[in-house]
Design a protein around this ligand. Structure first.
Ligand code: AMP
Ligand code: MG
Length: 419
C-alpha cells in the first residue's frame, strides 16, 4: 500500500470543523468569575508602598490644609476691598510657613505673609506682593479684591477621616503625596502575588550556555519574569524542565509550594511531548482551552494542588499575547487589585488586512504619525516583532477587511501595566 500525503490546507490556521472555540470575551468572563483574591495583607511604610495594592480603604488622619493659610507671598488683612485705591497701615511682624506665631491683626490693618503661612487672627484675605507698594509702615494697592482672595481654607482639599484612597488601588507617586499630606506614614497593602515561572522543552538551553544545532535559548523565562516584575508581582524563577513528565511533576509540586500562581510555557497542546496539558489533565482539573485567538492557542488552564496554572504556549509571541490578555487580568484579580481592562485607542490603520470571522487577532503594532502600523510578518516565531512593537492592535472576532485609514483599536503596552 502506498502512503499518500493528506491534502494541503490553504490556511494552516483554519478552525477545525465542528469544534467549539471559546471566544476571548467568554474565556475572560470565566476567569473573572472563577478566581478570587489569594494574597494576605501587611503594613508597609510609605517608602515601600509604591506600586503595591491597597488592602483596605485609606482615611485621612488630618485635614489638608490643616489650617487656613496663604497661597501667595503678600499682605493679609480682613475682608475684600472695592475698586479704587486703598492704603492700610502695616502691623509689625511677619507670618511665614512653618513658623509658629500668635499674631493678631486689627480691623483695617495689614501684615506681611509668606506662602503657606497659617493666617494670623484677623486675616482672611491676601493681596499679592506684586500688586502692592510698601514703604515699611503702610501698603497701597488698587481694588477690587474679593474677600478670601489668595487664601486656602482648612480642609478645602481633604477633611480628616475622609476616604482618600480605595482598597484595590495600585499606589501611585501622587497617592504617596496625598497620604503623606494627610498624615499617614504607613499603609495596609496586599502581600505581593508570588508567580512561579517554568519553561518546558528538551530543545531549550540557558542563554550563555553552548547551544548545539537544534537547541534554542530559553526566551520565555526572562520575558515572563520581566512581565511579572512590571505587573508588580514577585516572580519566582523555577528554571527549565525537559519534556519529561516526572521532572515536570516535581517542578510543579515545588512551584505550588512556593507560589500563588504558576506560569509554564511550552507543552500546552495535545501532542506526545505536551506534558503540561497531560499532567493537568491527570490531575483532573484541566481545562484545555481552545480559545478563538491568534496568536495564542493552545492555552492550558488547570489547578495543581490548589494553585492555578496558566499553561502558556511555547511560542514567545503567543506566550506574550496570552500573558497580557489572560494571565494579567487574572493575576491582578488574585493580587487584590480587581479585574482591569486595558485602555485602547481608536486610530486609523496604516496597513491593509483581511481576516475571517471566528477568531480574535492581535497584531504587533506601534503608532507613527497618528496611525497604527503593524509588524511586517505575522509569524508567531518572530520575537523581533515583539520588541519592534509598542503595543497590540486588536481585530474583533468577526470578519473584517481593513484598508489604510480604517479605524482600528490599539492597546499600548503601557495599557497592560508595562513600562
Ligand atoms: P511548544 O508549545 O512546546 O510546542 O513550543 C512551541 C514553539 O515554541 C516551539 O518552536 C518551541 O521550541 C518554542 N518554545 C517553547 N518554549 C520556548 C522558550 N522558553 N523560549 C523560546 N522558544 C520556546
Ligand atoms: Mg515543547
Amino acid at each position: 500500500m502506498t502512503l499518500t500525503p493528506p491534502p494541503l490546507s490553504n490556511d494552516c490556521f483554519a478552525l477545525p470543523q465542528g469544534v467549539n472555540w471559546t471566544p476571548v470575551d467568554q474565556a475572560l468572563a470565566l476567569l473573572r468569575d472563577r478566581l478570587n483574591v489569594v494574597t494576605g495583607t501587611e503594613m508597609v511604610p510609605l517608602s515601600a508602598a509604591l506600586g503595591r495594592v491597597l488592602a483596605v480603604d485609606v482615611a485621612a488622619q488630618r485635614s489638608h490644609p490643616p489650617l487656613p493659610n496663604t497661597a501667595v507671598d503678600g499682605y493679609g488683612f480682613a475682608g475684600g476691598r472695592p475698586a479704587g485705591p486703598h492704603v492700610l497701615p502695616l502691623v509689625p511682624g511677619r507670618a511665614a510657613a512653618g513658623v509658629r506665631h500668635d499674631l493678631a491683626v486689627p480691623e483695617g490693618a495689614a501684615i506681611r505673609v509668606l506662602t503657606g503661612a497659617a493666617l494670623p487672627d484677623g486675616v482672611d484675605t491676601v493681596i499679592l506682593e506684586e500688586d502692592v507698594r510698601c514703604d515699611g509702615a503702610q501698603i497701597a494697592f488698587n481694588g477690587p479684591l474679593k474677600a478670601g482672595a489668595n487664601t486656602r481654607q482648612a480642609g478645602e482639599d481633604v477633611v480628616a477621616q475622609d476616604v482618600i484612597l480605595r482598597a484595590a488601588r495600585v499606589v501611585t507617586p501622587a497617592d504617596l503625596a496625598l497620604a503623606a499630606a494627610t498624615g499617614l506614614n504607613q499603609m495596609c497593602v496586599r502581600k505581593r502575588l508570588r508567580v512561579a515561572v517554568i519553561s518546558t522543552g528538551d530543545e531549550l538551553v540557558e542563554p550563555g550556555q553552548g547551544a548545539a544545532p537544534g537547541q534554542i535559548f530559553d526566551a520565555n523565562r526572562p520575558m515572563l519574569l520581566g512581565l511579572i516584575d512590571e505587573f508588580g508581582f514577585a516572580g519566582i524563577d523555577m528554571g527549565r524542565v525537559g519534556d519529561d513528565r516526572d521532572a515536570l511533576r516535581t517542578a510543579l509540586d515545588e512551584a505550588a509550594g512556593r507560589a500563588d500562581v504558576i506560569l509554564t510555557s511550552g507543552g500546552a497542546s495535545a501532542g506526545d511531548e505536551d506534558h503540561v496539558s497531560a499532567l493537568l489533565r491527570q490531575a483532573g482539573a484541566m481545562q484545555q482551552w481552545r480559545i478563538a485567538l491568534k496568536p495564542g492557542r493552545p492555552l492550558a488552564l488547570g489547578m495543581w494542588q490548589d494553585t492555578p496554572v496558566f499553561g502558556l504556549p511555547g511560542n514567545p509571541v503567543a506566550a506574550l499575547v496570552c500573558s497580557l490578555i489572560f494571565a494579567r487580568p487574572a493575576m491582578g484579580l488574585m493580587a487584590g487589585a480587581g479585574w482591569s481592562e486595558p485602555l485602547g485607542f481608536s486610530l486609523p490603520a496604516a496597513f491593509r488586512k483581511r481576516k475571517k470571522a471566528g477568531r480574535r487577532e492581535y497584531l504587533r503594532a506601534r503608532v507613527r504619525d497618528g496611525r497604527a502600523e503593524v509588524f511586517a510578518s505575522e509569524g508567531s516565531g518572530r520575537i523581533s516583532g515583539l520588541s519592534w512593537a509598542e503595543g497590540l492592535v486588536e481585530l474583533p472576532d468577526g470578519a473584517v477587511e481593513i484598508e489604510p485609514g480604517d479605524s482600528v483599536r490599539f492597546f499600548p503596552y503601557t495599557s497592560f501595566g508595562l513600562k
